[in-house]
Design a protein around this ligand. Sequence first.
Ligand SMILES: NC(=O)C1=CN([C@@H]2O[C@H](COP(=O)(O)OP(=O)(O)OC[C@H]3O[C@@H](n4cnc5c(N)ncnc54)[C@H](OP(=O)(O)O)[C@@H]3O)[C@@H](O)[C@H]2O)C=CC1
Ligand SMILES: [Cu+2]
Length: 469
Amino acid sequence: MAEDSSHPRICILGTGEFARALGARFRRYGVPFWFGSRDPARRPTGLLKEVIEKSTVKNVEEACTESDIIILAIHRRHYGLLERCETHLDDKILVDVSNEPGSELGFERLATMFPKCAITKAFNTASSRAMALDEGPCVYVCGNDEAARRVLLRMAARIGLPAVDYGRLGNGGALEEQVNRLFPGWGWPCLVVMVISAFWIVFAACRAFKLRKNPYSPERLPTNVANKIVGAIAATCLGMAYFPGCLVAFVQLARGSKNVDLPKIIDQWLGIRQQLGLFALILATLHVILSLVLISPAYFPHWYPEAIDGKRFANGTPPDPLGPIRMTWIGETVILLGALAMVALVLIGIATLPAISRSLGWREWRCVQSHMGFACLLLTTCHVVMRGAPVWLNKSVKDVIPTVSFLSLLLPWLTVGMRLVLYTPCLYRRVARIRSGEFSKYADSGSAGKDGIKKETDDGAVGDLSIVV
Ligand SMILES: NC(=O)C1=CN([C@@H]2O[C@H](COP(=O)(O)OP(=O)(O)OC[C@H]3O[C@@H](n4cnc5c(N)ncnc54)[C@H](OP(=O)(O)O)[C@@H]3O)[C@@H](O)[C@H]2O)C=CC1
Ligand SMILES: [Cu+2]
């Protein structure tokens, strides 16, 4: 492809969803082009059909023969369509935009079919929906012909799309992977949450319907028991999100270095903290909704002192069901603590949104993720303790321990305890010093000592473990 073609003739092959979205963009920016279709006379249908109506539509042979750039907005299995005009394709730029998991890569097929063309991969990361937005998606261009790549980069810029040179054609596979990924990084967190959920569902159901002195009736499963289960899973996820950070801080303290080798499972655990936190947020939201529905003396008798067990006043007379019944300070405090924990969790969740986290400085991010995270954990444990305390105080220790609320607090308690220890001034300062690159006697030289401690990088850069306390 000769690079002097600053205004190359452009053909969008196909008149489908992607072709119309790209065509709309060309029209908006006044860049001339035409469509190539198997049936140019057919009445267009579907979204953005007016783009086809207002544009030139040629038959496939004509459209391809008269163009310098052919954007193949057709499915890979239809690339054989180009064979009709094979003899006129030499030196043209063929653009593979396809994303089809599992099949032969489109650009590889094109390279085999048309060895004399400049094959490129571009636009595949831009969905037709994103193309309609003013800002437009980022476009990646790769191909072995450097001049062809430059032409496409210029063309993308002309239609208002930020474009990135993605190098050789072989990189096209990575571009497709990027699009075909399904929630990367969520596999393990989902599995972990499923295991936690299974445990709490089985345990809470056994406890509610079998092990209690006064077993619940099965009608209480959909909301009342489900709410306990959801709360327990949320508390466990929250504890699991913050526990490994504390653990690593203690290991760093013990080793006197921020760069410590950890078992692989801890490394993986550290890598899924954000997802666990988001699960905690979702489940806590569900817990709030269910709790709001249930709030009444019948479900939370210990929050309403006038009505013991929701049935009668302390003096023995039954309460007026229509009369006002107010909560005690315990009930109100439980709600306040739960609401504050929820707000903290929502703020942490908002801070993880890419647009927000990008705008946060390191100290701000640390403040939200670490200190606010601790506050959230503390408020959550206080909320559950306040909720359970009136019941626990009237029971023996052996009756309290197997309750769902008590057991669900074990990990959060442990984490809060460790964090409180780490917040003591001497340890806090020591951890800060270690993380700023100071080393103990164990790690003063060598790349990896006998204790498995890695050498600090010369520039003091944060190692692969930057754990927030
Ligand atoms: N939709 C999107 O958001 C994105 C799509 N892509 C890629 O763009 C390509 C097109 O996708 P999309 O526009 O969604 O698909 P559509 O099914 O909407 O359109 C495909 C077009 O291919 C043409 N075509 C050529 N030969 C045939 C044939 N034998 N049978 C049927 N149609 C044929 C048709 O146009 P005509 O009838 O005029 O010949 C048809 O409109 C795919 O490779 C896809 O992976 C990439 C990124 C995003
Ligand atoms: Cu609660």
